[in-house]
Structures are given as C-alpha cells and as structure tokens.
Design a binder for this molecule. Sequence first.
Ligand code: ATP
Ligand code: LTN
Length: 334
Amino acid sequence: MIDGKKVLFSGMQATGSLTLGNYLGALKNWVNLSDEYECFYSVVDLHSITVRQDPAELRKRARNLLTLYIAAGLDPKKNCIYYQSHVSGHTELSWILNCFTYMGELNRMTQFKDKAAKHADNINAGLFTYPVLMAADILLYQADVVPVGKDQLQHLEITRDIAQRFNAIYGDVFTIPEPYLGKAGISIKSLQDPAKKMSKSDENANASIYLMDDTDTIIRKFKRAVTDSEASVRYCDEQPGIRNLIDIYCACTGKTPEETEKEFDGKGYGDFKMAVGEAVASELKPLQERFGELVKDKAYIDGIIRENAEKANYYALKTLRKVQKKVGFPERVR
Ligand code: ATP
Ligand code: LTN
C-alpha cells in the first residue's frame, strides 16, 4: 500500500514498434487502472539485452516507448513512468532472488524455451534468469496487482513462488502479487493469420497495425486483412478473421459484437473493413498527435525521467534494504 492505495506494477520491452495489440491489450487498460492504483510503469530495458540489441537503437526505442506511455494517456505526475535501468535495485534484488530460485523451475519456462529456439546462437544466462529479474521488478515495489497478457502468467506464477518461499524463511517481506487480466482478456490477432497473435516482432508488416501508422496505411492493411468465406459480418468461431476485426472494432468504438452485427447486417466485408480501418485510425490519431508534441519537448520528458527515477528509487530502496537485512548483509555505517 502507498498512501492508502494498492500498488500496481507493469512493464513493456522496447523491442520493435508497438502494435495495436499492445495498445488495446495493455496500454489502454493501464490508463483505466491509473486512478484506482498507485502505478509503476517501467520501460524494461534490462530485459531487452537478453537478446542482442544495437545500442543507439535501444536507446531511441526506450525513449519512444516512455514517451508513448505518456501519449497514451498515462499522467506521469500520478504514474511512476521510468526506465528499469535507472533504478539499480532491480538488479540487486534480482541477484538475491536468483539464490532463491531453482534451475528446475526456470527450465520449465516456456518463454525461455521459445526464445532459446529463436536465438540458438545466443542462449545466455540472462535469458535463462529473465523471470527472476521480472520477479524483482514486481516484488521491489510490493505490487498487489500486475496487468499482463496470458503469455506472462507463468512468469507471474514463479514470482509468487519465489516470494512465498522467501517469506516462509524470513517472515512477511514481500506482498504476494496477483495477475490482472484485462476485462475481456482481449487478444488481438494478426491481420494475415488470425490463428496467431498480432505481434511487434512479426516479419510481415501487413500483419500488424503499428501505433504510428498513418490513416492510409491503416486502411490499406485492413482492406488486405485475411477474412473468411461467409461474406457476412457475423461473430463466430467459423470466421476467425472477421471475429478479430469485430473485436478490434468493438475495442475502438465501445460497441458490442451484437450491435456490430446489426450495424453491418446485409453489408459485405468491404464496407466493414473500411469502417474498422476508420475506427482504428481515429482511435490512434490523438495518441499520435500527442506523441508528436511530446517528442519535441525534450526538457519536459527529461524532467519526467529524472523525477520518476527518483520516486521509483525511493520505494525500491525501502524494500531492498529490508531484504538485505533479512538475508544477513551487514548494515551500512553512516
Ligand atoms: P514480441 O513480439 O516482441 O514478443 P509482443 O508484441 O508480443 O512482443 P510484449 O512485449 O510481449 O508484446 O507485450 C507487451 C504487452 O502487450 C503485454 O501486456 C501483452 O499482453 C500485450 N500484448 C501484446 N500483443 C498483444 C495482442 N496481440 N493482443 C493483446 N495484447 C497484447
Ligand atoms: N516480460 C514482460 C515484460 C515485463 C513485465 C515485468 C511485465 C518485465 N518485467 C514486470 C509485468 C511486470 C513481457 O515481455 N511482456
């Protein structure tokens, strides 16, 4: 608890350009949660180097991501928006937690297996202990809730296991966090293959809508989106392509699938795709404009970065000092 509010932690990696999936599945929810909780939203750059990165590119993407958090509507005065690498407590706690995590547990992580297969030439120890750093992120702020996608639930489970193991030995040190899956647990699919999720690392640029795509590009991508053969706008399992477009349309307009079916009753895919494209373009427009303004205001963003790193560091140190004491490190002499 901070000032009577429960604590929320989440983060995103600055790898690739954010997609509509990241926005509707994560960022937009974050904004909705920011009144109810004391929120920490991190750009998790320490996690990013578990796969090889170009330094200049990483720095640029990280800054863009932090700016995008604000452009999406997160008020940086209320929400602690910061770079993970600016708070050394993450790595310090991570080391300690490494000593309370078993190889066998980490071996079961499906993300590690997937990434190891994808980056077979660089299966480094950081990639293996990635979930421990993620546990440190969460536990450092005594987070009560962690909004994540389904793919991260296993990491949240191991976080809880590590915290419970630590608490069982040393007493109640860590808050045990709960996952928070968005209201509908929305999952946006690829526009080219509705069996896959829309992802920022998809090689096919037509599969994803990027948050910075202009209106023409957005409409063109929706026109090309893979649809089905019924030729009617119906929300059903037999039409995964159309169902995905209906999900997107509903997430942007606030309408329900039933209302959408009625609205497009008797109309073809063409009309519907056009409407989805327009709905998405107008959903993203304010964000893009705000982003454009923010990037120009270097001093403002720098100030946010500085202030929020200090705030995060304050809370991080509180937990870290407690943990260091519990495990038996000598106290600092002033
Ligand atoms: P990558 O392809 O690089 O693994 P990603 O696009 O799948 O990345 P993540 O960085 O793993 O995205 O996720 C950031 C956040 O966005 C997570 O909370 C995740 O659940 C959410 N998210 C990502 N893709 C989608 C999607 N297609 N639908 C809904 N939410 C998504
Ligand atoms: N692994 C997450 C990003 C992430 C995270 C976290 C999410 C790192 N640390 C702590 C929630 C809480 C991902 O790839 N989406």
